[in-house]
Each structure stands twice: as structure tokens, then as C-alpha cells.
Design a protein around this ligand. Sequence first.
Ligand code: FE
Length: 348
Amino acid sequence: MSIPNVLSRAALLVASLGAAWSASAQEQVLNLYSARHYQTDEALYADFTKATGIKINRVDADDAGILARLRSEGASSPADVVMLVDAARLWRAEIDGLFQPVKSKLLESRIPAQLRGKDDGAGAQWYGFSTRARVIVYAKGIVQRADVDTYEDLADPKNKGKVCTRSGSHPYNLSLFGSVYEHLGAEKTEAWLGGVVANMARDPKGGDTDQIKAVASGECGVAITNTYYLARLMRSSKPEDRAVVEKVGVVFPNQASWGTHVNIAGAGVAKNARNREAAVKFLEYLAGDSAQTYFANGNNEYPAVPSVKLANPALDAMGAFKADLIPISTVGLNSVRVQQALDRAGYK
Ligand code: FE
């Protein structure tokens, strides 16, 4: 055997050992704690694994369940990425120190500043990846649109016996009420909540879709819902779902004043993440064009990245609107005060 041959064999051996080492190094995992309760996210996660080789282990629970789990696990938590679907909860996780800052040029260039968590210079605590508006739906032909085109109208005596909502202390409502608190102040907000309770057609129950259906059935005249629940019914293949939509009108409230309340789904890297690099990669992946389209469109939400334009017939039909731009931290802080006002107002 000639010397060059021996050398090239040795090189081959080293190369194949290197391949074996990097193969095991590439067996990366990412532990994702997710409050996203939307089937359509499955393909999004699968695509990330396909593109990066990083396997995702997912723990699903609602926001409260995830936060409770993170707190009880403490420093031994296996969570790498925490994904929540409500601004007040993201804020709560942030002030409880459940995230670690992430500095990323890509995320900073893609996600608008008002959709990011606190940044002390080391990077934001979390990033928002989609938004949804909290709108009013009303019974067409029974309730006049002009009578329900503001959140304040929900407490007006003209809507007595007509209002339906899910539980007042559900995060979606707490965040909405936290924003109202910012605009009206403590006293007026408490009076407003009392007025909403006095106008109720029935005790709060069910989810947002149940409220829309109750408006269509005539049980309620007006209700509150996130836009994606309505869009889901609009795009449903079931005729009975589309029949529900035919009977309801939708209003983006407060267009002549502070704008419609917008909530966000966002994620951050967990405080004690062991797979930090994979976690940051995952957040950056979520800000990409195709993931943004999928993340938002799959659940009929609005993409967080402004340059990403969706072709979503249901959202297009609802039209453009003016959004309330108060900071997420304000909504979060106020939602704590609102909980006490809800108890006093007898809002279940
Ligand atoms: Fe939801």
C-alpha cells in the first residue's frame, strides 16, 4: 500500500467517525410546554423537526396549568420553550421569572416591539407570534349594530337581558377587562362590570364558540369572542356552522375611541432550559415567513410579522380595524386588579 493510500484511508476513517459523532450530537431535542390548543400546529412542529433534526417533546396544558407546572418543577423543569396564548399570562410568567432573555437580531427585526416582553438590554423575555382581536357578535335583525359598537355598550341598560360571555376570570376576558381598566379607570371599570352583569341573558358559561352559537340560537343578543373562533365557523365544512355565522353580525368595538382589544400568542425560552440553542432556533423558526403563515392561518389569527400577508377569506371578510395599542405589561398588571373588581361585581 502506498503512503498516500494509507493517508486517504485514515482520512476516511476519521471522516466516518466524525459523521458518527455529529449524528449523535444532532440527536437534539426540544421540550416545548404549549398552551396552544389548535390541531393545525402539528404540521408546524413536524416541519421544524424536518428542517433542523431537532425532535420536539410537547407538554400540552392550558396557560394556568403550564404556569403551575413550571413553578412546581422549579430549577429541575425540563421545559426549553414555553408557549402561552394570552398577554396577561405571558406578563405573569415574565414577572415570575419563568423566562430567560433572548437576544436575536432576527427576532428583533421581525417581531414589532409592542409584541415583545420586557427587555433590559439582554434581549426580550418573550416574543409574540400571532394576534387575535376580541370582538363583539350580535344577533342580526334583532340587535342593532349601532347599539353594540363599543365595549361600554355591553353595560348600557339598552342591552338588558341580552349579554352573554364566558367566565369573567377566563384569561381572554381578564386581558380585555384589564385594557378597559386602563382606558376608563378603576371606578368606571367596576361600574361597567356591574352593568355587564346586570345585562346578562344568563350566567357566564362555555367557551367563545358557545357564545357565538347562543347568539345564533336567540338565547343571547350580544356576546364577546376572539376573531379566530368566528373565522373557524365561517370556514367550517359543516353547513350547521355556516348557518350559525349567517345569523350573527360582527363588530370591531371602539373604532371611534381607543380601538379593539388585541391579544397575543407568544413564546419564550424557559428560565432553566437545557437546550437553549434549540430553543432560540425554534423561536426564530416561528418568525419565518412560512411558519408565520402557518401559525396564524392555521388558527385564523393575524401574523405578528407585519410583512407577512395572509390570504384568509374569513379574516378578509371581517375587514381591517383599528387595534388598541396599550402595552401588554399594562394589561397584565391591570388584570390582577380586575379580578378583585369581578368578585365585587358578582361576575362569575
Ligand atoms: Fe382559544
